[in-house]
Design a protein around this ligand. Structure first.
Ligand code: ADE
Length: 227
């Protein structure tokens, strides 16, 4: 999979993409993540990328020209399945969408800033809009990073233990059961006996029951969704 990220702040991704699972996925060449500095695509001598909003109003708007230049340059070399704009008013992201996006070959992520992008970008250059939650971030970078992490870990071969993404919270519309590790007892706090019993059938049943209890208590609406 190839992920091209268009951003005004490429350095924001450094730490996130150069560690842990995202780094390993790139090292194994299961994904290539490429950052494109939008400012480099400005034709303007000041390299500006934003301007005042027509009709007034607070905040600057990202101009269409640099974004068009960048997307056109990328599209001249690669066929994209989706060109995604991260925005708080996009489609609400969830695990089901993460599964779908993880099977795509090439995608572009566009990170917005200020008051967002000129509407013509959204109408003519973008194929999808995604929000990672009903709150407003200062820019699309954190959203693009979260989006990227959630889909890359689902690419076959990225996680060491193939089954471990399948047992994530939300994969089956349930939250994950509690987990424990050594020691068996810490300051009087015990690990549930069942997990030490060696009876795999009973352990699996316990885990399922715990998932159900946790989902009912914390996210009952997940049990209503029919997907
Ligand atoms: N940009 C700003 N806030 C965002 C959000 N919640 N999701 C995606 N992109 C954003």
């Amino acid at each position: 999979m190839k992920i091209d990220i268009i951003t005004l702040f490429p350095a924001m991704f450094d730490g996130i993409f150069n560690h842990s699972i995202l780094k390993r996925a790139q090292d194994k060449e299961l994904v290539s993540i490429n950052l494109h500095d939008l400012r480099a695509y400005s034709n303007n001598k000041y390299k500006s990328v934003d301007d005042y909003a027509f009709g007034g109003g607070a905040g600057m708007v990202m101009m269409i020209e640099p974004i068009d230049n960048c997307i056109t340059a990328l599209k001249s070399k690669t066929d994209y399945d989706e060109i995604i704009y991260l925005s708080p008013d996009g489609e609400l992201f969830n695990q089901s969408l993460a599964n779908q996006f993880s099977s795509l070959k090439n995608i572009i992520l566009l990170c917005g800033h200020y008051k967002g992008v000129d509407e013509r970008v959204r109408q003519h250059l973008i194929t999808r809009e995604i929000s990672i939650g009903d709150y407003v971030l200062s820019g699309g970078e954190l959203a693009a990073a979260a989006f990227t992490d959630s889909i890359v870990r689902l690419i076959p071969g990225v996680l060491g233990d193939e089954t471990s993404a399948l047992s994530d919270s939300f994969q089956d519309q349930l939250l994950s059961p509690p987990v424990y590790t050594r020691p068996r007892e810490y300051k009087g706090m015990q690990v549930p006996d069942i997990l030490l019993s060696g009876n795999d059938k009973e352990i699996q049943k316990w885990k399922y029951d715990q998932s159900m209890i946790r989902t009912k208590e914390r996210r009952p609406e997940l049990l209503m969704e029919d997907e």
